[in-house]
Design a protein around this ligand. Structure first.
Ligand SMILES: Nc1nc2c(ncn2[C@@H]2O[C@H](COP(=O)(O)OP(=O)(O)O)[C@@H](O)[C@H]2O)c(=O)[nH]1
Ligand SMILES: [Mg+2]
Length: 342
């Protein structure tokens, strides 16, 4: 047994036996301090295939907290992915657009083994964060979903984005693994950026995003009274992402129309307008109808469109002859995407 203490905040070595920075030999990790003092983390020196690591955790060390399975900070996430590529996906939208429900739906499909073939759940460093979000969804009363499916998102540090980690693996011959890093930002972040350009700083981490899933409430986009205001807000928001945050123009955008179970899975014309607007800003853009948790499960399945959004981002391949000013749209879910002038 290697005994010692990991001084890296958020490292889950005590729970998983796996070093956050992927060091097979813990002695090589710069954050690991070996020692025999009682109450320190005890992890196995070698990892026999089926051995369960012996774990002792103590809060004795000053200034040392284990956030087992909680959200990752940006720095932590980048370190996690120093060993392998992590796909950073911004899950954005107004308050109540359905961001947290989208993430919970994805997690429940993954952990429940119901991802579409050939994908399979391959672990998460933020299990607790996902479980916290999914808690409300386990409290079904009389077969009915509660009205409020998720708690309002609150960040532990309101100025720093936090990320949820979900690894998936292909079960086919390729067996590719994807480490997804997904944001769950409070809607106020969107509101603030719409109102003031100086909030762009908080979104700067999206400059390296592999994709943006922009959630818009389908019922609002179908409403005569709310449609215009929401569309205008999303236009301002995406324009800020383009011009103030400077999100790279080859970042694919998925306009995800949420709560589509309540609008008979119809694509609202306003969603097409928004998709064209985003494409006009220079981003490859597409639109998908989704129902993270359907209120009409007998007609529309829960989880519809959720994984398609992820797959669309993962399989997006920038065209070699793209130009920043080109207006582009692409087909969702396809393995290869065509670009064409709008
Ligand atoms: N009918 C329906 N309602 C949904 C769906 N997803 C979310 N909602 C509703 O929208 C509310 C807000 O969702 P939430 O994920 O908390 O929004 P967020 O503020 O963007 O994180 C939930 O409490 C649900 O009532 C869905 O797929 N179908
Ligand atoms: Mg939320």
């Amino acid at each position: 047994m290697a005994q010692g203490t990991c001084e890296k905040p958020d490292c889950t070595v005590a729970a998983t036996g796996t070093c956050l920075l992927s060091h097979a030999n813990l002695g090589e990790c710069p954050h690991f301090r070996s020692g025999e003092s009682a109450g320190d983390v005890v992890v196995p020196k070698t990892e026999p295939a089926a051995a369960v690591p012996e774990i002792v955790i103590s809060e004795k060390k000053s200034g040392r907290t284990f956030h087992l399975g909680a959200e990752l900070g940006v720095e932590d996430a980048l370190e996690v992915t120093s060993a392998r590529y992590g796909h950073l996906i911004g899950v954005l939208g107004s308050t109540d657009a359905g961001k947290t429900c989208f993430l919970s739906s994805l997690y429940l499909m993954a952990s429940g083994g119901t991802l579409p073939a050939p994908y399979q759940f391959a672990g998460s460093l933020s299990l607790q964060a996902f479980e916290d979000r999914a808690r409300g969804l386990r409290q079904w009363k009389g077969g009915q979903l509660p009205n409020q499916l998720a708690d309002h998102t609150i960040l532990s540090d309101p100025r720093q984005p936090s990320l949820l980690h979900l690894a998936i693996r292909e079960t086919n011959a390729e067996r590719r693994r994807f480490d997804l890093l997904l944001t769950d930002l409070p809607g106020e972040w969107t509101d603030n950026l719409v109102l003031r350009a100086n909030h762009a700083q908080s979104f700067r981490f999206l400059q390296r995003a592999d994709g943006i899933i922009l959630l818009v409430d389908g019922t609002m986009l179908m409403s005569d009274t709310q449609r215009h205001a929401e569309l205008q807000r999303m236009r301002y928001f995406t324009e800020r992402l383009a011009n103030d945050v400077n999100v790279s123009r080859d970042t694919p955008f998925v306009i995800l129309v949420t709560k589509s179970d309540e609008i008979e899975m119809k694509m609202p014309p306003a969603a097409s307008d928004l998709c064209d607007y985003v494409a006009g800003l220079g981003f490859p853009a597409t639109k998908i109808s989704a129902a993270s948790f359907s209120r009409k499960p007998e007609t529309f399945k829960s989880g519809t469109g959720v994984f398609s959004a992820i797959e669309t981002v993962l399989s997006y391949q920038p065209s070699s002859n793209s130009a920043a000013s080109e207006s582009t749209t692409f087909e969702p879910g396809a393995r290869t995407f065509r670009r064409f002038r709008g």
